[in-house]
Design a protein. Structure first.
Lengths: 317, 304
């Protein structure tokens, strides 16, 4: 939820920005007036659905249509219309399409593509080669744990892995591919393996040349949300502590909004010394980024949390 | 897309390149005067042009040691405006963290440049255009690149003088990895690593070639760069109209043989000059500002 000032800020700045930035094709670009893309459309749509929950607002129908229309024949979604290769955005589009009954087939195809998409760095052959590589100590991670890459044919990374886990986690059982359970298990192990030594996550390099990687807010949030079914694990608690401690020093509104979503999902209190939301906007107008306006709308809202299952404060205290 | 010249010209057909080294002891100096006077020596025709400054913004950096310093960015912006540019944008697409605003706020760019909502372009989320890679040095046949970077009249690469644990050095050519949009390829842009960093550097610079380079070597970074290295005060700015020649000169300042930096040696065949005989050095001599940098063990072969 939020204070009255914060909720008014969302009502007067963020939601109007989202509503006015929708393109005639039903999608959103990353900024008002820019070309529609599946990723910002998914987030804008999540925010609008949540803001009018339990009703589905009228513009949502056109947005759903845009998203379905950009799906590739193999079930995946590309990062931009016209591109021929699917990517991590598939998890985000599947996730938001779960809100619409007509999209069940599109979601099933998308999740099936995700299940078949394995990272290239951790094939059995690559793992054998890695044992003899001179670089094996540079990134000491366990490659038998496998998540998802940003794009096909690359390595596992924290954020795309977390997005896939969130999409699978929100999906009703009847739409889940048979391989989903195994993929989820491996992906959760991979996320824990990639946690930074003091808690939190960066893109997926916990240790480089023997130096501990610095965690970053956004990957930490997505990893924690993806792993929120294990709230008592020491890694979760350590990472939540790191996130909570850093709220007061956050420089970016995107990190700030996502940190709030995450702490709230775990039932943690929002720190009293957190910066003012309006100050972030005064600085650079969020660089006019539609996706950040959507994240803020999801974090400061009057309705339910956008994740179907959130934890109560008693579970994590 | 505009008509900036990105034709590939063999080294023997290219005119001599010009590189200028200026001393600047710290970021408190009047850097606008230093950069403006330096740019005037290149006789650039900037009237009514749109310029994009592409600094190297790699991560949260409250101490100002890993990113191009905002004082240098602001001074370059002011200098190009004084030379008649109609608009000078600043843009980058950080590779490891998608919270670009957090990065630019952590380095206090707004304090130096003013409000950034319409001056700064987050290249990670800009509109994109499909570009066929004409060099095909890597296995990538095409890339989606930001329309802003492709469409401006004048593109300036503004790296920091740093070593890099995968590429040896990161200067004005490697800095162009930042134009590859995270919204298409992720954070990090891992597809470039799988394609081969050295080869991908060539492919990107062949299609989004900087017209000019200004290297922030006032405080560089040595050792395990580009993020976890050690600050290296050098007190120089290196400027030039050929990014390859600028990078080769920077290597010599750092005590490296540019011919042993794999991507730079290849760039010297099609994109610019690396040979000392083909680079007109102005300002300070290389010998007078030379400061040998420590490199990761894997790159000891680049030492002169």
């Amino acid at each position: 939820m939020g204070t009255e000032t914060e909720l008014r800020f969302v009502e007067t700045i963020c939601l109007p920005l989202l509503r006015s930035a929708q393109n005639p094709d039903g999608g959103w670009g990353f900024q008002p007036g820019s070309e529609s893309r599946p990723e910002p459309t998914s987030w804008a749509l999540q925010a609008l659905i949540q803001s009018s929950w339990p009703e589905i607002p009228e513009p949502a129908a056109r947005a759903f249509q845009f998203i379905r229309g950009t799906q590739l024949p193999n079930g995946s979604w590309p990062p931009a219309p016209g591109a021929k290769t699917g990517c991590w955005v598939t998890a985000l589009t599947c996730w938001v399409l779960l809100a619409e009954k007509n999209s069940a087939n599109a979601v099933a195809m998308g999740l099936d593509w995700l299940c078949k998409e394995w990272p290239r760095d951790s094939t059995p052959w690559r793992r054998v080669l890695a044992k003899f590589s001179s670089q094996r100590d540079v990134f000491p991670v366990n490659n038998s744990y496998r998540g998802w890459g940003w794009t096909p044919g690359t390595s596992s990374w924290v954020e795309p892995t977390a997005f896939a886990l969130l999409a699978f986690g929100e999906c009703p059982a009847e739409l889940l591919p048979a391989a989903a359970a195994r993929r989820r298990k491996l992906a959760e192990l991979m996320l824990y393996d990639r946690m930074c030594p003091g808690g939190g996550w960066n893109c997926g390099n916990p240790l480089v040349y023997g130096v501990a990687g610095e965690p970053l807010v956004i990957p930490t949030v997505w990893a924690l949300l993806a792993l929120r079914n294990q709230p008592q694990r020491s890694e979760n608690i350590l990472s939540l502590d790191w996130l909570e401690k850093n709220v007061a020093n956050m420089h970016g509104p995107g990190s700030f909004a996502l940190a709030r979503l995450c702490l709230e999902a775990y039932g943690r209190k929002w720190p009293s010394d957190a910066p003012d939301l309006g100050d972030f906007h005064q600085k650079n107008e969020f660089l006019r980024n539609v996706q950040i306006a959507a994240w803020i709308s999801l974090a400061w809202r009057t309705k339910r949390h956008f994740l179907a299952t959130q934890l109560s404060s008693t579970e994590t205290s | 897309m505009n008509a900036r010249n990105t034709a590939l010209v063999p080294s023997f057909q290219r005119p001599l390149s010009k590189v200028l080294i200026r001393r600047a002891s710290d970021y408190e100096e009047d850097l606008t005067s230093v950069i403006y006077e330096s740019l005037r020596e290149f006789h650039l025709s900037m009237k009514d042009k749109t310029v994009l400054l592409k600094p190297n913004l790699v991560g949260l950096d409250p101490l100002g040691v890993m990113n191009t310093h905002p004082a240098v960015i602001a001074a370059a912006r002011e200098s190009f405006l004084r030379l008649g540019a109609s608009q000078v944008l600043i843009g980058d697409g950080p590779a490891m963290d998608r919270d670009t605003e957090a990065i630019i706020e952590s380095v206090c760019l707004r304090e130096f440049v003013g409000p950034l909502a319409r001056t700064f372009v987050d290249l990670n989320v800009d509109d994109v255009e499909r570009v066929a890679l004409k060099t095909q040095a890597s296995r990538l046949k095409e890339l989606y690149l930001p329309k802003t970077a492709l469409g401006v009249d004048f593109l300036v690469s503004m790296p920091k003088l740093k070593t890099h644990h995968w590429a040896g050095v990161t200067l004005s050519l490697k800095n162009m990895f930042g134009v590859v949009p995270g919204s298409c390829y992720g954070w990090p842009k891992n597809i470039l690593h799988w394609a081969g960093i050295d080869r991908a550097i060539l492919d990107i610079n062949a299609v989004a070639r900087p017209d000019f380079a200004i290297v922030d070597g006032i405080v560089g970074m040595e050792g395990n760069g580009p993020i976890q290295g050690t600050p290296k005060p050098c007190g120089v700015l290196v400027l030039g109209d050929d990014p390859v020649a600028v990078d080769a000169t920077c290597c010599r300042v750092m005590g490296f043989n540019p011919g042993r930096v794999k991507y730079l040696a290849r760039a010297g065949t099609l994109l610019g000059h690396t040979e000392a005989s083909k680079i007109q050095q102005h300002g300070e001599s290389i010998a007078s500002v030379r400061k040998p940098f420590a490199v990761p063990d894997a790159f000891r072969h680049v030492l002169e």
